[in-house]
Each structure stands twice: as C-alpha cells, then as structure tokens.
Ligand binder design. Structure first.
Ligand code: GLA
Length: 323
C-alpha cells in the first residue's frame, strides 16, 4: 500500500513539519494534520510578537497555535529567541544593563511559560557573518552587550527549561566558508561548556543548488561536533538567486520535475543520516502561502513547497513519499 502521509512515511526516520500562522489551522489545517508531526510558528513566537512593548507580553496567538499543535498530536519547535530581525527597537534602548535585562527577561519568561510544551528552541538565529570579513554578525546585541550575549542567552534558556533542546539556526549553512565558521563557533560553545544541542540548517535552497555533496559535508561536520541537526526552513525555489524574472504565472515545463528530483535526492540523503537529522520542517505548507512570493523579488510568484496552490500533491511530494 502506498502511504500518503509524510509523518507516517517518515515515522522511522525523523519528524516532518511545517509552519503555522494564526489562520493556518483554518486555511491549511487538513494538510497540516494529515502530514506533519511537528510545527513551527512562522512569526508568533518571535520577540516583536511576544513582547511588542516594554512590559507587555502578548501570548494569545502563540498559545493558540501551541494548543492546536498539542491537541492534534504534534510537537512544537520554538522559534526564535535571539535574532537581529523582528525584535522591537525598544529592546535595544537604555544601555548595556537594560539590554541585558531585556534579553534575560524575555528568554526566562517565554521559555519558562512553554516549559515541557515546546520541545526545542532556536535559541540563536543567524549570529555569524556571511562574507569573509569578521566572525560574529554585527547586531545590536553584539554592539551593546558584547560577545557574552551568546553565552548568556544559551544559559538563560537552559535554566528556564533544562529539558528543551537548544539550537543555533543558520542560513547558507552548506556554503563551505560559512560552514567552517559555524563549526568553529559551535566548537567554541562546547569548549565553554554551554548548553547547545543542535544545529538548525535553515535550508532555504534552490532547484539548482547547493550540491548534494555540500549538504552531505555540512551534515557530517555538524554531526562530528556531537550535534543533532534539524532542517528548520526547507524549501526549493524554482528560480536561481540571481534570476529576478517576474513574467511567469505558472511554472515553466520541467521546473516542477527538476524540483521533484531534487526533493527526492535531498530526502534520500536525510534518510541516510536519520541518526543525526531528527526533524525536517518546510518553511510553509503549500505554494499558495510562501514568503518567496516577495523575496528576493517583490510580487514574483514562486512554487517552492511539496503541495501546490490548491493543496494538491506535487511531483515533489510523490518523490519524497515514494521510496
Ligand atoms: C529567516 C527566519 C525565519 C523567516 C525567514 C524568512 O530564515 O529564521 O523566521 O523569517 O527568514 O521568512
């Protein structure tokens, strides 16, 4: 019999998930419940949503999405505690002591509230530079607090929920220079005795790249550090990064087949590393709702996920299920 549910098909391998946003249970609930064993809030657990103003936590939307996940037998990944984006400006006002206090209070309150319910956190998101100059990304956290913000964030999260797995989540995570930087960074965390359990490979990838060999090398190097890997934001853009064309209303012939082949190969690789790769999350559910419709080209339709705009399975889904 052909198994038509991702979570069923992958139950001996790893968790499979997608994102949720406030309307998603209504608009995408059928697919979510049929296919996913884990969810990530697209935005609702980010600082700008949980703590928009000083002293005013707003948990309603995050709570609802968490209840939805748990009531439907899914786990919730926490995303994201420390990030230079989607953190309100007031967080960084008032000097070093104030910023440090904001950081600690946010982490303590949020991780504490969801203790035992959110099974892991992207504690650090995108903290390293992309290009060859420098190491830690220049963010307000770094500039105001100094490098210690990293250690303090991890320790505070761990103290608030010692059982939650803590991740460092990053993009361009297979690009060799960045990968080596990630390895050096995580080695440093371990040498300093910090609580870090996994590396989040965001996996905002393309039909054309990265090469499978680069993906494999990244997984192997991260595993060699004793880390588990979560693939946290997987999608395959049908356009190359440099391709800004805006004329397509439908994918060109061949695009979805190429994407299917890539998805098939990528999931095969993940299965090979199932002891390391413990969770694979797509950054979306179906092609009718994807941030890539506005990035890197505003208003340009993209088709990066496993289900089409009408929530039907794509060739990619068939390749991912059909092994
Ligand atoms: C980063 C973040 C995600 C999301 C994407 C773009 O990868 O980690 O939360 O905002 O950018 O949508």
């Amino acid at each position: 019999m052909i198994i038509q549910s991702l979570k069923e098909r992958y139950k001996d391998y790893f968790d499979v998930g997608g994102i949720v946003w406030p309307d998603a249970p209504k608009t995408h609930g059928e697919l979510i419940k049929q296919h996913f064993s884990t969810l990530t809030c697209e935005n609702m657990m980010k600082p700008e949503h949980l703590l928009p103003e000083r002293g005013r936590f707003t948990f309603e939307e995050a709570d609802k999405l968490l209840d939805y996940a748990l009531q439907n037998g899914m786990k919730m990944r926490g995303h994201a505690l420390v990030w230079h984006n989607q953190t309100p400006g007031w967080f960084f006002e008032g000097g070093r002591d104030a910023v440090l206090a904001n950081l600690k209070e946010f982490i303590r309150t949020v991780v504490g509230r969801y203790k035992g319910k959110v099974f892991c956190w992207d504690a650090l998101n995108e903290v390293l530079v992309d290009s060859s100059g420098g190491f830690l990304r220049k963010t307000p956290y770094l500039e105001i607090i100094g490098e210690e913000y990293i250690d303090i964030a991890l320790q505070t999260a761990h103290d608030a929920d010692p059982d939650a797995l803590l991740f460092y989540n990053e993009y361009n995570e297979c690009e060799p220079e960045k990968r080596d930087r990630i390895v050096t960074f995580v080695k440093g965390l371990k040498e300093r005795g910090l609580p870090i359990h996994g590396i989040g490979m965001q996996a905002h990838w393309y039909n054309s790249n990265p090469d499978l060999d680069e993906i494999r090398a990244a997984i192997e190097q991260y595993a060699a550090l004793g880390m588990i890997v979560h693939v946290t934001e997987l999608e395959l853009s049908v356009f190359d990064w440099e391709d800004h064309r805006t004329d397509l209303k439908e994918p060109l012939p061949g695009m979805l087949e190429k994407q299917a082949e890539r998805y098939g190969e990528i999931f095969e690789l993940f299965r090979e590393y199932k002891d390391v790769v413990r969770c694979v999350t797509t950054w979306g559910v179906a092609d009718d709702y994807t941030w890539l419709d506005d990035f890197p080209q505003k208003g340009r339709k993209n088709w990066p996920l496993l289900f089409d705009v009408n929530h039907r399975s794509k060739p990619a889904l068939e390749r991912v299920l059909g092994f």
